[in-house]
Design a protein around this ligand. Structure first.
Ligand code: OAD
Length: 241
């Protein structure tokens, strides 16, 4: 493992274009629950009841209660050393793109400047009537929340199952992985598309691909080095302060 860490550290130091994909695992040590682990959210709740446009149309109050609970939980959480190390990596120079599937906003709190949030953000709301997107950090949020501009029903600005990702978000994410020379895949089970394709896109483009995960995916030829461990412990070793 120490040799692998040294190898990856050297690659990170010499990389000209670096692309990072993070998933729920990067926030696990901050206390944010993952989706598919033993205590994962999708073990306790049915995504069909809470994270689909149909669920929201059927029962917006129930959906908002769940998101309000998650907002309350995340409001108590702080960035961990993995978030901090990724922000430090970005500060080393240009040619860095951070793509996250997380909606918790912890990367930005740690100092990452412009993370590509593929699945939206818990702290943003969108009007179902006038489609305006705005910040809303109220905890608890009045349920159901209403748009200041038009009085329409607000929804979480989150990409739900069955919904498309925003075109510019997709474009930024795929471009970063298609043109990087090193790709880091941190704390994701790789079960949700299109994020799950990004490692393969980087590999096909000839990049050196590294996975950081205590329970990594079985080898499939897309990853050059697997670092089996927690992001909060390994990332600071890869990016010494
Ligand atoms: P998952 O819950 O599917 O996977 C979390 C991954 O993090 C697993 O592979 C764990 O082994 C790993 N992990 C756990 N603790 C870790 C740690 N301390 N350090 C590093 N890795 C750790 O979460 P995602 O892959 O992010 O989408 O899930 C993708 C999407 O599925 C989410 O964005 C969400 C969900 O449905 C939406 O809500 C739209």
């Amino acid at each position: 493992m120490t040799d692998d860490i040294e190898r990856v550290r050297e690659r990170l130091e010499t990389a000209e274009r670096l692309a990072v994909l993070t998933g729920a695992g990067v926030s696990a040590e901050s206390g944010v629950p993952t989706f598919r682990g033993p205590d994962g959210l999708w073990r306790k709740y049915r995504a069909e009841d809470l994270a689909t446009p149909e669920a929201f149309a059927r029962d917006p109050r129930l959906v908002w209660e769940w998101y309000d609970w998650r907002r309350g939980l995340v409001s108590q959480c702080h960035p961990n050393p993995a978030h901090t190390a990724l922000a430090a990596l970005e500060r080393r120079g240009p040619g860095f793109t951070l793509v996250t599937q997380n909606v918790d906003g912890l990367h930005a709190l740690a100092g990452s400047r412009d993370p590509v949030e593929m699945h939206g953000n818990l702290w943003k709301v969108r009007c179902t009537a006038c489609h305006r997107v705005g910040d809303d950090r109220r905890v608890p949020i009045p349920i159901p929340p209403r748009c200041d501009a038009c009085g329409g029903l607000l929804r979480p600005h989150i990409v739900w199952f069955g919904e498309s990702l925003e075109a510019d978000v997709l474009e930024r994410a795929f471009r970063a992985f298609a043109y990087c020379d090193v790709a880091l895949i941190v704390g994701t089970s790789g079960r949700v598309q299109p994020a799950a394709s990004l490692a393969g896109v980087a590999k096909q483009a000839g990049a050196f691909v590294v996975e950081v995960n205590p329970d990594p995916a079985p080898p499939d030829g897309r990853v050059d080095v697997t670092l089996a461990g927690k992001a909060g412990e390994l990332m600071p070793r890869l990016v010494p302060a």
